[in-house]
Design a protein around this ligand. Sequence first.
Ligand SMILES: CC(C)(COP(=O)(O)OP(=O)(O)OC[C@H]1O[C@@H](n2cnc3c(N)ncnc32)[C@H](O)[C@@H]1OP(=O)(O)O)[C@@H](O)C(=O)NCCC(=O)NCCS
Length: 226
Amino acid sequence: MAVEVVSLTEADIPGAIQVIQQAFADDPYFKWVFDARSFNTQRNYGSLAARCRWGINNAIFQVAKDTSAASPAILGVSCWLAPHPPTQPASWYSWYQSWVLSFQQLFNNIRYRGHGGLRTHRYWIWKERQQEAQAQIWDDPRGYYFCNIVAVSPEAQGKGVGRMLFEAVTKRADAEGVKCYLESSKSVPNVQIYERMGFEMRKEMECRDGEDACMLYCMVRNPKTE
Ligand SMILES: CC(C)(COP(=O)(O)OP(=O)(O)OC[C@H]1O[C@@H](n2cnc3c(N)ncnc32)[C@H](O)[C@@H]1OP(=O)(O)O)[C@@H](O)C(=O)NCCC(=O)NCCS
């Protein structure tokens, strides 16, 4: 298998979404934030497609491809946000792009008549806990490379694809002397996998909605100096 990590293109979006949907099918956060009885795969596809298009221009959205296959298959996906100093306001461009994304999601709501099973109040609970956690943990005024999505297709897991996706960004972070941050929605085996990538556990973040709670594991990676 010959794998390369390249920037996401429009043509990669269907394959990238397939990987994300498969890899997150049993994810504890997704089970908590989506209602399985009303989950709409097509609506979720629409939402992820909008996120991918946004990511092409506004994030470090990459795919790992098996280039030895006749038609290169997508094995993994990652989406990182570049560091942004928390004290500085977002640029006009990124503000505008966020609104474009919001309008696309509104369009999806109209087209699919709802959020496709997304429990929006839980999404906002997570956002609040995330803000609190970052306020406690983030101490670098330059900001952090923030791993927003990482997913490897179930057949390709455990073969080094995740490491390649991580290193495409962590090498850059090391060269710039910048920290990285992620929230793992699985304790086992992901916390151990991320420790192999140089991340350290900083906080266990509970997102609670009445009786139902979901734990997320906030991890930070300091830049390596060699
Ligand atoms: C988490 C995930 C992205 C890791 O990608 P991957 O391709 O499976 O990981 P790799 O094969 O590159 O392994 C990376 C390191 O973790 C180790 N590792 C892999 N699987 C492991 C496991 N089950 N237990 C312990 N360590 C493991 C590897 O040995 C490797 O370390 P090394 O390079 O120092 O030897 C992938 O498994 C995945 O998509 N899981 C499902 C979706 C998910 O949980 N996404 C993240 C939500 S926070």
